[in-house]
Write a protein that binds this ligand. Structure first.
Ligand code: SF4
Length: 338
């Protein structure tokens, strides 16, 4: 039977084994008012703050002094989030934790070929997402149905089945691609775990941080205006960013120019990019200001045409697009009998 230790749980604290491990070690979540919990609570709060900035918390285990504290900080972070009751923060936290776990899964798959590390990531992928991954030389292979069910959400050419190596009903992947394929499910799994947990009532020493989280969450929901009237290309770009996936430069340009044409400011648009894997606040703002014409030569850029977006694989046309030539026109042009 696979032994899961505190090192594994520090990487994957959302596993069911975490509760059992902490109970065996004598940690009692019911006694949160003990002063010993205060530093862990502050660590947990910091973990949430890191997640809200789009960064990945503690992806280098060598820097941790105490692995048990790291595991506990995840558990306490959930308690703080549930006590604050702000879904926007829970969403950001679960996505950040999914991306963190993704890094460890990829490392473990990569190094695992030489040692026993391989068993745990394969078990996680199988137990949590019902995907059986097999090893073939340097590759990871999964069945075509398992691949297609997930790859359907990706629009880049490299994910099309015709562009993959396929043999005997199996698709060949790198460790990065294997893990990338389950990112959405990992995020969903962590999110549902958080949502379903019954958390204890918190002591007064935690309340100040819970209030801080409520204030922080309000800032997020005020800063970004996402309309249901956006065309599908724009909705798709926002969804990609919300999932923490990479939106190509052309997609970011389309999104920024569209929102600016709709009257949104750099301050309103910038938070949309916070979950991007390569997010850098300074560079994002610089690029947005450049597109808005408030820096550089002062040229204000326009939203690309539908034809251009089609050629860049950014178009997800629906009947309501109705022959428009630019996403800006979406919702304005109607059929004559409408
Ligand atoms: S047709 Fe135009 S507006 Fe509609 S999804 Fe494609 S690019 Fe966007």
């Amino acid at each position: 039977m696979l032994q899961i230790g505190n090192r594994d749980l520090a990487k994957y604290p959302f596993l069911a084994e975490t509760g059992e491990y902490l109970r065996d070690k004598g940690f009692k979540i019911e006694q949160l008012d003990h002063p010993d919990w205060k530093p862990i609570m502050e660590k947990a709060y910091g973990r949430i703050i890191v997640a809200t900035t789009g960064q990945i918390y503690g992806s280098d285990l060598k820097k941790f002094e105490n692995l048990d504290t790291e595991i506990l900080s995840f558990v306490i972070a959930i308690i703080l989030l549930k006590s604050a009751g702000m879904n926007t923060l829970i969403k950001r936290f679960s996505l950040a934790e999914a991306r963190r776990a993704e890094k460890f899964l990829q490392q473990d798959l990569h190094y695992g070929k030489d040692d026993t590390k391989l068993a745990l990531p394969l078990k996680i992928i199988h137990d949590l997402f019902s995907v059986k991954v097999k090893i073939d030389g340097d590759n990871f292979v999964i069945s075509i149905p398992d691949y297609l069910r997930r790859a359907i959400h990706f629009h880049e050419k490299e994910w099309k089945l015709v562009n993959r190596k396929v043999e005997g009903g199996f698709v060949f992947l790198t460790s990065h691609e294997t893990v990338r394929l389950i990112r959405r499910e990992l995020d969903g799994y962590i999110n549902s775990k958080i949502q379903s947990l019954n958390t204890p009532s918190i002591p007064s020493s935690f309340k100040e941080r819970v209030t801080d989280l409520v204030i922080l969450a309000k800032k997020f929901s005020e800063s970004t205006t996402v309309s249901t009237d956006y065309p599908p290309c724009i909705k798709h770009a926002i969804e990609v960013l919300e999932r923490g996936e990479n939106l190509p430069h052309s997609g970011r340009f389309m999104l920024a120019t569209y929102l600016m044409a709709k009257g949104q400011t750099v301050d309103q648009i910038a938070p949309l990019f916070k979950n991007a894997p390569d997010y850098n606040e300074r560079i994002t703002r610089y690029q947005l200001e450049h597109i808005a014409g408030s820096s550089g030569k002062g040229t204000k850029y326009s939203c690309p045409s539908c034809d251009k977006l089609k050629s860049e694989n950014l178009c997800f046309e629906i009947p309501e697009c109705n022959g428009i030539i630019n996403p800006i026109q979406f919702g304005k042009k109607r059929t004559s009998n409408a």
